[in-house]
Every structure is written in C-alpha cells, then in structure tokens.
Design a binder for this molecule. Structure first.
Ligand SMILES: C[S@@+](CC[C@H](N)C(=O)[O-])C[C@H]1O[C@@H](n2cnc3c(N)ncnc32)[C@H](O)[C@@H]1O
Length: 488
C-alpha cells in the first residue's frame, strides 16, 4: 500500500510518548513537533493509529501544502483543488483552522474562505453547494498555517480520540483519558505489578491502566471514526484491524481504585462496566488516610484535588497526609502524582525522583515521581527495578524544563523584563494564557467555586459497547453478526 504523510496531534508534554507509540505501531519517519508528531504510513497504519494510539487526540492526513500570505490567496488556491476526490455534493463538511502567522490575524476567517472555496467549487459545477455541518459533518478539513506555509488536511478521527466511548458519567474534574494514559505510559508501568489510584474519581486512571495492562485498544468502544465516511474507506481492512486481538494479553496482578466519595465509586464502576473491565479493577470507597501497607510491589498513579475545580477544605493537609501514607504504606513501590501547586507538592515532604511538566487542560501541572525505599536502598536499586540513567521521564523532564526556560528567556527579552532566578518553587513555564502555580494563603483552599456540580452525562452520548461485565470481549471474528452492528 502507498505510504503518505500523517500528523498525530496530542497535548503538550506527551509528544515523546506518542512518538514511541507510533514507532511501536510501525510508523516511518516519526518526527516530534509542538503538540504533534508527524509520521508516514499506509492506510492500514492510519486506521491502526486511530484505533490503537493512547496518547493521540486526532490523526490528520495532509493532502496539499502551499504558500500563501492572505486569506484571499488561500481561497484562490483552494478553488483549484479537486474536492470531489474527497467528498460528494451530498456530503456535509466542516473546516477548522490553526493559524500561527502575522499575515493571518483571524484563523476563523481563513476557515470561512476555505469553506467558500469548497462551496464555490461545487456550485460552479452543479449549481448547488454542499451543506456545512458544525455538529456532525461527514468530512472535516483542517487548514494549518505557520507564517506563509499552509497545509490542508483531512481529519481522519472525527470526535477527539480521548472520547473512548466507555465514559458513562463523569464526576467533577475528570482527567482526560489521553492524559491519564500518557501518565501511565510515562511511568513505565506495563501491568507487571499491582497498581492503585487511591483518589480515582470516575475511574479514568484505573480504566486506562487496565486497557494498558491487557493491551486492549482504546478505540474498541468508539462508535465511529471519521475515516469510515471517506470515499476510499476499506471496510475489510478496518474490520481485520478491529477484530485482531492477537496482541491482547492476560493480566495477573491487581488494579485498585479508591475514593472517599461513594458517588465517585459508583461512577467509576459504571464506566469500568462499559469497558468490560469490572472484573479487572477493584473499586472501593476508602479514604486515602486508611490506605494499608502494600504486600507486594505497587505503583500508585493519582490525580488528587488541586483546589481549582474541586473544593477541598484542607488542601495542604490532604497533601501532607498523602506524603505520610506513601512513606509508610508504599514501601518498595513508587507513586506518580499530578498536581498544580508547588505548595501541595512541598507538603508531601518526599523528594521526587522525576518532575514532568504536563498540562491538565489549561493548567500547567507537574507529574512527580516518588520512589519509596525501605532503608535497604542498595538492594532496591540492585534489583530489576534499578533506576536507569536514560529513564524516559527524567530525560523528558529536563528537556521540557530546558525548553520552557528558553521560551521564558525569549519572553523576558521581548517584554524587556529581568529574568527570574531558576527557583523550584516557581512555575516552569509561563505561557501567556496559563496561570502559574499559585501561592497558598494560610493553608486555605485554592478553589473558586463553592459547590459540586451534579454528575455529568456521558459526553459522547455513545452507548457502552459491551454489555457484559464479565470481561467479555467486544464483537469479534467468531461472532456471526455483521461488523460492529451491535454498537449502533
Ligand atoms: C481530581 S479528582 C480525581 C479525578 C479522576 N482522576 C477522574 O478522572 O475522574 C480527585 C478525587 O479525589 C477524591 N479524594 C479527595 N480526598 C480524598 C481522600 N482523602 N481519600 C480518597 N479520595 C479522596 C475526591 O473525592 C475526588 O474524586
């Protein structure tokens, strides 16, 4: 099959882990960019990328690169594209745009001009224009402009790939599935020991962990991908990829999810049930302060409240308790904690062995790694859990910190401001549209809101794919029914 160029988009901080996923999937020419990874592959790889990647939010297929320095230029070039290669008059379409250019101040205007070009192409030929649909288009085109470099792409994913399809309900402040999976992959946890999220909320981290442990594709529960509406959709090929469970594996350890809120546990169970993982994950209502010492090696990955969206009466006290529990109950294990305020990390009172800058939505956060030794430090380092010098998270952390420092230097230069001293207690980055870590005031919570919102509905509205909770596999080869009929 012919190879072509593709772009996998992701969140800032997850680019390297996404590149690794792509290489493992067989992609060629993998190159890391800002919140994206470019790669080459054939149609099968495009289907696999959508179906298997855990840390991509969408896969674009560029089909035209050109130079332009005005929206009118873009229109003229787009008028000459043979749009019927991609869509028919009866198809609805949408255009989205990302613009980094002085010449194009309004990215929406560029998108309008591309829409005009497509509409005029069809009107000239058939006297009619195709419908534009924002909510549910048959095809989405994407225009990306950097200075005067323009690229037109087809969006092969449709809804963001973080919408796996298993989420029935969310508690307040659920972690994005792509971020959760990225954190687990960065930790190196691959199902070879026990796993706990002691503050699991709606269960995103344990569910993503179970998918990783069993090597199940995150796309199994999606009702559709945009490429299924493309003119060249190869149904047999996708069916083959969808039905291939040869890489799935058994998981022999335990994954547990705790939360002090009974509603969270109920929600987590519903979500896990929709993913057919209720037998794999043990959810229990429990306060982290009652976390009992682990009996075998355990990895904790967790997303405690930051006091931003979730109200917490004694936020700093919570982090103090987390530190105390880790120190006494996680001997020989490691914990990965994502949080927003340096003061919270300080309260944990343990020395992190890695600090990885990550964005949780618009919040510049950090994922910190804590290794809990039992005093026999040398024994621990000598085992198969030996810390490696080229440990990915550590490398990633310093790289990003370096990049952030360079960006900050540039920013300071532009603003003609003195550069602040490197200070562990200050934020790594100060992207203009993001708030830095904030100072706690007298141990008060950081939250702005004053109450919890009601449970939210499943964002995709998609039905759970699997009904059984007995770890039943989704529709497979052996089923007599037609491909994915049971998802409708
Ligand atoms: C930011 S939310 C976690 C969101 C979760 N990762 C998700 O995707 O839904 C933090 C969770 O910590 C829980 N929590 C707060 N204090 C706790 C404690 N002492 N013990 C256990 N859970 C706690 C809250 O109930 C809340 O569900």
């Amino acid at each position: 099959m012919t190879e072509f160029e593709m772009i996998a988009k992701t969140f800032q901080g997850l680019e390297e882990i996404l590149a690794k996923e792509l290489i493992d999937l067989g992609a060629n020419g993998v190159a890391i960019g800002n919140r994206m990874v470019s790669f080459k592959g054939d149609k099968a790889l495009m289907y696999k990328a959508n179906f298997h990647l855990r840390t991509a939010i969408r896969i674009l297929k560029p089909f035209l690169h050109f130079k332009a320095d005005s929206a009118d230029d873009v229109y003229e070039i787009c008028r000459k594209v043979d749009w019927e290669k991609y869509m028919d008059l009866s198809d609805s379409f949408a255009v989205d745009s990302v613009v980094y250019s002085e010449d194009f101040r309004h990215s929406k205007f560029v998108a309008y001009r591309v829409k005009d070009a497509i509409a005029d192409y069809f009107r000239d030929k058939y006297g009619k224009r195709p419908n534009v649909s924002v909510a549910n288009p048959d095809l989405t085109f994407h225009i990306h402009i950097s200075h005067d470099d323009c690229s037109l792409s087809l969006d092969s994913s449709g809804e963001s790939l973080h919408k796996r399809g298993y989420r029935q309900e969310a508690m307040e402040a659920p972690l994005n599935e792509v971020l959760a999976a990225g954190m687990i992959l960065m930790s190196g946890w691959d199902g070879k020991c026990d796993f706990v999220d002691p503050m699991c909320g709606s269960g995103t981290i344990p569910i993503e962990a179970a998918l990783i442990a069993k090597n199940m594709a995150p796309g199994l529960f999606r009702s559709s991908f945009a490429f299924e509406k493309w003119k060249d959709f190869d149904r047999d090929l996708f069916e083959e990829i969808y039905n291939d469970d040869s890489q799935e594996r058994d998981f022999e350890f335990t994954i547990r999810g705790y939360d002090k809120d009974p509603k969270a546990i109920l929600t987590a169970k519903r979500n896990a049930k929709a993913a057919g993982l209720l037998d794999t994950i043990r959810f229990e209502q429990r306060d982290f302060k009652d976390f009992e010492p682990v009996k075998q090696r355990t990895v904790i990955i967790t997303n405690p409240p930051y006091g931003e969206r979730l109200v917490e009466d004694n936020l700093l006290g919570l982090y103090e308790m987390i530190g105390e529990r880790l120190k006494h109950a996680l001997i020989g294990g490691e914990a990965w904690i994502i949080s927003y305020h340096y003061e919270c990390f300080d309260k944990i009172g343990l020395k992190p062995s890695a600090k990885i800058p990550l964005f949780n939505g618009a919040l510049p956060c950090e994922l910190r790694k804590y290794e809990i030794f039992d005093g026999r430090y040398n024994d621990f380092r000598g085992g198969d859990r030996r810390l490696k010098k080229d440990d990915l998270p550590t490398r990633r952390s310093s790289t990003l910190r370096h990049k952030a420092r360079l960006a900050e230097k540039q920013e300071a230069k532009e603003a003609d401001k003195p550069l602040r001293k490197t200070d562990e207690r200050k934020p790594f980055r100060k992207a203009d549209d993001h708030k830095p870590f904030r100072k706690a005031e007298g141990g008060k919570p950081f939250h702005k809101s004053d109450g919890k919102k009601p449970l939210r509905k499943n964002e995709s509205g998609a039905k759970p794919f699997r009904k059984s909770e007995g770890g039943a596999k989704p529709f497979r080869k052996t089923d007599k029914k037609p491909f994915r009929n049971n998802r409708k």
